[in-house]
Design a protein around this ligand. Structure first.
Ligand SMILES: *Cc1c(COP(=O)(O)O)cnc(C)c1O
Length: 360
């Protein structure tokens, strides 16, 4: 029999979340962001769940090739643009839109002499200081790329560093508007947080531009202080497993490596077939929520490579074979992330290849 650790991807939840995003993005084109294998959900599932998206956006050229092979014929946007001149040829061949964020990429696009034309998205550095041109660079690149033979369309994009904090993107938005003042081209600014929380950023997209939601489409929150359910989002990934052993502890008995949990009284603990080699974070402190047969309880002791242990006191009926939800519908992934000092994004992306996948 196969190991019971299973990640179920909910296509209906992905479609529901996309509709939430579309509702907020009234008037703008919606790119569903599917980098990192659709945040761990699988590109094939993304093509189904996001079949009503206007386009898909990612950073991996192999992924873009895969999307075309899966039959995705609508636009694809490469969020980090080309990594070398050859990628520009590939982009033209597969009809991929390219972000242009630096002088090298600008030169590669200008040097492109192929038949097909390119959809280019000129990136402004609005304060994140990772990718993008400053105002002078943006204006210069805009002028030369507009005139370049290879250009079919030219949009202006930026990515906010602090859209999840109240007022955190005000300054960046203002800089972007100032830098692009008078320049032609559709605007694209919103990640999930900005789409949900920054009406002024949404407005820019609504004037013929686009938005780029990612995390919200998978049913997790981009915010530290607003949970996914309150945003009307549904979890798209359910990670579950089963109890493979049950132990009766006496007061003073320890559990797991390092004996970090010691029973204060007689209690039952269950052993779950899921560990850090499946993508469950080892940093999740003892006491993280977990559901056994639908009942919320807590983890006890350290997370090991293949197993973790749970307090069965609240679940008298639990036996070997009982169903355990690590995250998904009863336990929001964001809660586990909070217990592990990380964010839902990282947990989704870290789901290990050895975990069996199902689609529902
Ligand atoms: C990843 C990414 C997004 C999506 O961000 P979320 O926080 O997941 O919504 C949008 N734009 C760019 C440029 C990105 O890299």
């Amino acid at each position: 029999m196969s190991r019971p650790t299973l990640a179920t991807i909910r296509i209906d939840a992905m479609a529901h979340n996309l509709e939430r995003a579309r509702g907020l993005a009234a008037g703008s084109t919606v790119w569903a962001v599917v980098k990192a294998d659709a945040y761990g959900h699988g590109l094939a599932n993304a093509v189904k769940g996001f079949d009503r998206a206007d386009g898909l956006a990612l950073v991996e050229f192999e992924g873009a090739q895969r999307l075309r092979a899966l039959g995705w014929t609508r636009p694809i946007l490469m969020l980090e643009g080309a990594f070398d001149q050859g990628d520009v040829e590939l982009a033209a061949r597969l009809d991929l839109g390219l972000v242009v964020h630096c002088a090298e990429q600008r030169a590669w696009a200008e040097a492109f002499a192929g038949e097909r034309r390119l959809d280019l998205f000129l990136k402004f550095n609005s304060g994140m200081n990772r990718l993008g041109f400053d105002e002078t660079g943006l204006r210069a690149a805009h002028a030369s790329l507009r005139a370049a033979r290879a250009t079919r369309s030219l949009a202006l994009v930026t990515h906010f560093a602090n859209a999840d904090l109240s007022g955190g993107a005000d300054d960046a938005l203002e800089r972007f508007e100032r830098a692009g003042a008078g320049l032609q081209g559709a605007r694209s600014v919103c990640n999930s947080a900005a789409l949900i929380a920054i009406p002024a950023a949404r407005e820019l997209g609504a004037r013929g531009g686009s938005v780029r939601p990612g995390i919200m489409l998978y049913g997790a929150t981009p915010f530290a202080d607003r949970d996914a359910a309150s945003l009307g989002l549904r979890p798209a990934m359910v990670l579950e497993s089963r109890l493979i052993a049950v132990q009766q502890l006496q007061a003073g008995d320890a559990v797991g490596y390092g004996a970090t949990f010691v029973a204060g009284r007689s209690m039952r603990v269950g052993v779950v077939a899921c560990g850090y080699a499946d993508g469950y974070p080892r940093h999740a402190a003892s006491g993280a929520p977990i559901a056994v047969e639908g009942v919320r309880t807590r983890t006890v002791g350290r997370v090991a490579m293949d197993m973790l242990t749970v307090d069965l006191d609240p679940v008298a009926c639990a036996t070997v074979g009982s169903r355990v939800e690590l995250w998904g519908e009863t336990i929001p992934i964001d809660e586990i992330a909070g217990h592990a000092g990380t964010i839902g994004y990282e947990l989704m992306c870290a789901l290990a290849p050895r975990v069996a996948r199902a689609v529902r």
